[in-house]
Write a protein that binds this ligand. Sequence first.
Ligand SMILES: CC(C)(COP(=O)(O)OP(=O)(O)OC[C@H]1O[C@@H](n2cnc3c(N)ncnc32)[C@H](O)[C@@H]1OP(=O)(O)O)[C@@H](O)C(=O)NCCC(=O)NCCS
Length: 187
Amino acid sequence: MQNGVAIHCMQPTPQPVIKFACANLPPAWVAADAGCWAAAMAMACKSIDQAGWLALREQLWPDCPRERHLSQMSALLAAPDRFAQFVDYDTSNNPPGFVEVALRNDYVNGTTTSPVAFLEGIYVSRDSRMQGVARRLFAEAERWAVGFGCTELASDALVENKQSHAMHQALGFEETERVVFFRKALR
Ligand SMILES: CC(C)(COP(=O)(O)OP(=O)(O)OC[C@H]1O[C@@H](n2cnc3c(N)ncnc32)[C@H](O)[C@@H]1OP(=O)(O)O)[C@@H](O)C(=O)NCCC(=O)NCCS
């Protein structure tokens, strides 16, 4: 019994990797009646202590001070009707990646509806890439967005980030616009 949930088998097996819905249990605790399959899976962040979330954020946005990361994370968690965050866990409970998604009520380039679900950030550790982690995280983000009635999921990427472009295309996104941002300091 773990957290009030009966655990049939806690021994992760190397295969097959199957994703199925479960309460907020680490994957290695997940068991299937048909066997004993630990599944890699993405979990919603419930606190700033969510394993891996801060470390992955710091890899994606290394110039952001830790205190600002933590205050942003608190702000995101405080508004679950606008923001969602998911960390992916492999079958050993290591967190290879995370995604953050938001509802945007302001105009989002290339979209025709409002609010639009917007992919604010996604990161997968180098040694875990090309193994479907981002695909799993996007699936969670999409599920969350559909739950809020969104019919469009939008995202952006730097012009030079070719791997992100390739990933977006592989995951069913179409390119809409390329824009140049400007800024002028005001006194
Ligand atoms: C972009 C990134 C999130 C992809 O994560 P990932 O876990 O490797 O992606 P997945 O394995 O889930 O791949 C999903 C699809 O995208 C494709 N893809 C992912 N990276 C790719 C690449 N570098 N080149 C070509 N295709 C790629 C995969 O082939 C897969 O498609 P398929 O299932 O049809 O084969 C990861 O490379 C990363 O974190 N990069 C640094 C941070 C970053 O650029 N974030 C995006 C900012 S907009």
